[in-house]
Design a protein around this ligand. Structure first.
Ligand code: ZN
Length: 175
């Protein structure tokens, strides 16, 4: 089932997510729906916050062919290096806006997977960028918060236009 994605500056995107207590069927259904929603929107990551579910759950797939789905539940992310690297980020909640954000280049992730198993992983590159971007969502933070006031104003205007444009388009049935 496709879930509606909240758009900046919706105040619900500022909600702090609660930890997931148990990985039950309800959570597994939400994970399935979040993947469907993320793939449909052509995104590489989606936090539950973005679909108005305020629990610590992130889905991600950094592959080109949807072959590497990843689930992060109750994630903890620790930077392993002090130097930050810039990366051009975008966000399904801030459509059509892209800008550089600097983040630590290497992090440790401690989380629970979609089957309820704990794991620890040290990552760099795109995965390090993406997990920090999604962690921000769980804490009510958006990548545009790191940009100048002027860029934030422009981003709001851009998103308003994109959302308006989408509303004009006929509803399509996706089989
Ligand atoms: Zn995002």
């Amino acid at each position: 089932m496709l879930l509606p994605i909240l758009s900046y500056p919706d105040p619900r995107l500022r909600t702090i997510a609660e930890p997931v207590k148990v990985v039950d069927d309800e959570i597994k259904t939400l994970i399935k729906d979040m993947f469907e929603t993320m793939y449909d929107a052509k995104g590489i990551g989606l936090a539950a916050t973005q679909v108005d579910r305020h629990i610590q759950l992130i889905v991600m797939d950094l592959s080109d062919d949807r072959s590497a789905p990843r689930v992060f539940i109750n994630p903890k992310v620790t930077p392993l290096v002090e130097d930050k690297k810039p990366y051009e980020e975008g966000c399904l909640s801030v459509p059509d806006v892209y800008d550089k954000v600097e983040r630590p280049a290497k992090v440790r992730i401690e989380a629970i997977d979609g089957e309820g198993n704990e794991f620890t992983e040290e990552v760099d590159g795109l995965l390090a960028v993406c997990i920090q971007h999604e962690m921000d969502h769980l804490n009510g933070v958006l990548f545009v918060d790191y940009l100048s006031r002027l860029k934030q104003t422009r981003a709001r205007e851009k998103v308003r236009k994109v959302v308006k444009q989408r509303e004009k388009q006929p509803v399509t049935v996706k089989a």
